[in-house]
Design a protein around this ligand. Structure first.
Ligand SMILES: *Cc1c(COP(=O)(O)O)cnc(C)c1O
Length: 425
């Protein structure tokens, strides 16, 4: 299958004669075998198949295959959340005593995961600006660096990553680039085509799109040659004693090693699996992703233009605006549009933002974005409240920032709602 629209609707699953038209939900924790030897082969990774839903489930794998094809990757897996996806993607490569480099302009939950929880596991991080020079990027790498991480469109700062620049820097230093593509979705950007090696998603956002199922996904682009950097990635390139000495990069090749290791080790040991029911909901969302993204972008663009011309608004971040610092990059990486999320600052700071949000009628205050229903949030007082003033500034988040996620309603209704709320400020 070729076009992204067709993959959204039909990718991942092709029913045989007389089989269910829609992806079946395999609501079973376990799977039956005729002999102990049959099952033993699965445990040794000698045969592929299912034995326990904490590691893998057929429904999940059908939906993961659709996301793999949407991103143009070679293998993919679902996780219980976007947090689990980003943690697994990084922890699959980096452990105690290792170092990673990450863009400072990332989701608050990921920032916390890296700078607090992974630090407690002995993984050090150097944050770099998404606008850093090549020299600044190069200076961040160390001999024990295992990966570079960034977001295509950062939540909530809405900076756009120069994926090619970051990919080249990662590859100069012999490590893969991991890109969280949650906000752009593969409908608007396919990071692997620009050099990214691993792509992650919070499928909770646009992919589900209806606010019903928390979930995540990891896609391997299959382009990173682990064996060429075997010393740096012993987990992929030397025998895993917990699987009778299988060497992932040898047995499963460049296209399969990363996801197989991630499933066999991390899913086995942490069990952050998405439920098959959630995978089914996710698939329903994916079936209309291409149609919805176009409307989210249309509404986001109209809202950004309205806000930019409003006297009570001091600043609007939306890469679809010609004056936005990321407009040029968006033309390159996001030619079809970016997303429905618009960030803006009100004259009057945190207090004005509070009055504005409390006055909205259609848009609801929610810890959520990328939903069919318009919603809004003040990042500094909610999702990013664990960050210090300095960290907020580094992540490009002023105290009075409002993040407005334009849903699928009619744009005139949304603008009228925002206009009346601005009058109250
Ligand atoms: C929401 C989000 C996450 C975390 O995903 P959850 O599904 O909430 O765990 C990670 N990255 C980005 C860019 C997000 O927007």
């Amino acid at each position: 299958m070729s076009a992204i629209e067709t993959i959204c609707v039909q990718g991942g699953y092709t029913p045989g004669n007389g089989e269910p038209r829609e992806i079946p939900i395999i609501q079973s924790t376990t799977f039956r075998y005729d002999t102990g030897e049959d099952m033993g082969k699965l445990f040794d990774l000698e045969a592929s198949g299912y034995f326990y839903t904490r590691l893998q489930n057929p429904t999940n794998d059908l939906v993961a295959a659709k996301i793999r094809d949407l991103e143009g990757g070679t293998a993919a897996m679902l996780t219980s959340s976007g947090q689990a996806a980003n943690f697994f993607a990084m922890f699959n490569l980096a452990g105690c005593g290792d170092h990673i480099v990450a863009s400072s302009s990332i989701y608050g939950g990921t920032f916390n995961l890296i700078s607090v929880t992974m630090a407690r596991m002995g993984i050090e991080v150097t944050f770099v600006s998404p606008d850093c020079t090549d020299a600044e990027l190069d200076a961040a790498f160390r001999p024990n660096t295992k990966l570079l991480f960034g977001e295509t469109i950062a939540n909530p700062a809405l900076t756009v990553l120069d994926i090619e620049q970051f990919a080249k820097a990662a590859h100069r230093h012999g490590v893969p680039l991991i890109v969280d593509n949650t906000f752009a979705t593969p409908v608007n950007c396919r990071p692997i085509e620009w050099g990214a090696d691993i792509v992650t998603h919070s499928t909770t956002k646009y992919m589900d799109g209806h606010g019903v199922a928390v979930g995540g996904a990891i896609v391997d682009g299959g382009r990173f040659d682990w064996m060429a950097h075997a010393d740096r990635f012993p987990g992929l390139c030397t025998p895993d004693e917990s699987y009778h000495g299988v060497t992932y990069a040898e047995r499963f090749g460049q296209g399969g090693a990363f996801i197989t290791k991630c499933t066999a080790q991390l899913m086995r040991d942490f069990g952050a699996i998405q439920s098959p029911q959630h995978a089914f909901y996710l698939n329903l969302g994916l079936e209309s992703l291409h149609v919805r993204m176009a409307r989210h972008c249309e509404n986001g663009q109209a809202m950004a233009e309205f806000l930019a011309s409003h006297p009570k608004v001091s600043h609007v971040s939306y890469c679809g605006l010609p004056g936005d610092p990321y407009h040029e990059r968006a033309l390159k990486y996001l030619p079809k549009g970016s997303c429905g999320v618009v960030s803006f600052e009100l004259r009057g700071g945190r207090e004005a933002a509070g009055v504005f949000m409390n006055s909205l009628k259609l848009a609801a205050i929610e810890t959520h974005v990328a939903d069919a229903r318009t919603c809004c949030l003040s990042p500094a007082s909610t999702t990013h409240r664990q960050m210090t003033a300095e960290q907020l500034a580094q992540a490009g988040i002023p105290a009075g920032l409002v993040r407005l996620s334009c849903g699928l309603e009619h744009k005139e209704d949304l603008i009228a709602d925002v206009a009346q709320a601005l009058e109250k400020v």
